[in-house]
Design a protein around this ligand. Sequence first.
Ligand SMILES: O=C(O)CCC(=O)C(=O)O
Ligand SMILES: [Fe+2]
Length: 290
Amino acid sequence: MTETITKTPRLRAVPRETPLAEILSIVKVDGGVILKGFLTPDQIVRFNTDIEPSMQQLAAGSEHEDPDIAEFHGSNTKRLTNLITLSKTFREEIVDDDLVHQIGDATFLEESGTYWMGTAQVIEIGPGNVAQVLHRDLENYFPFVGMGPAGPEVICNFLIALTDFTEENGATRIVPGSHTWPDYTDRGKPEDTIPAEMEAGDALFFSGKLAHGGGANKTESEYRRGVAFTLNPGYLTPEEAYPFLVDLELAKTLSPRVQRLIGFRSQFPTGSPGLWQTDYAELANHLGLS
Ligand SMILES: O=C(O)CCC(=O)C(=O)O
Ligand SMILES: [Fe+2]
């Protein structure tokens, strides 16, 4: 008699040096992939050192009045934003990483044109925090829910583990295959999910079409810390208004591609003569960026 073995699907994990085409082909099938060793141990130490004072000052939980939004943000979760200003390691290395831009170019350039950063935040899930409601990150942009899998890619997310991510401490949970479901109002059920377990330094790269959510932290005293940043096409409004957060003199020190990610350069969506301009010219010229 042959035994039927039902295998729990696992997220595939590949070294960050894997050829781009292979990374993208995994994401196409699975909706996401773990990139092993995305950050070095040294980068993690330096990034954590940059943000530690701000993390200490930040209270856990959400001040949002809407209880659903507050729960989305997490009752015992710290979310630290404006990482461009707060961390040299983030602005000069993490968002200026060639692999990030190769993946961003491949995801957006042909279909949608230039892209920018939606948000970048440290997400630290503390003990007792319940699982986040399952969602697709593209729900920020409601019309794309109706388009389902046929719609364009409007968000992709790099979620980097800064501590180990375990099932117990709140590893992100994903719903395998949900990026291909015909109906995006169906976000899947908790029992459909698997945890994206990672070692510190690994990154979960995933499509805005993939249903997922932060996991419950069932530990007594462990804090699950990650940093997530998203990219979206230049025709969509980012979550964070970087030009109002980031000092112009600081922006001048950044690479042109990072300046574009944070709205200090114009956007050129496919088919558009340009967006986010000054006098129909490149914003960077107006700002005096070289
Ligand atoms: O923290 C996590 O694991 C995921 C958080 C998330 O998906 C979100 O806030 O959109
Ligand atoms: Fe999310």
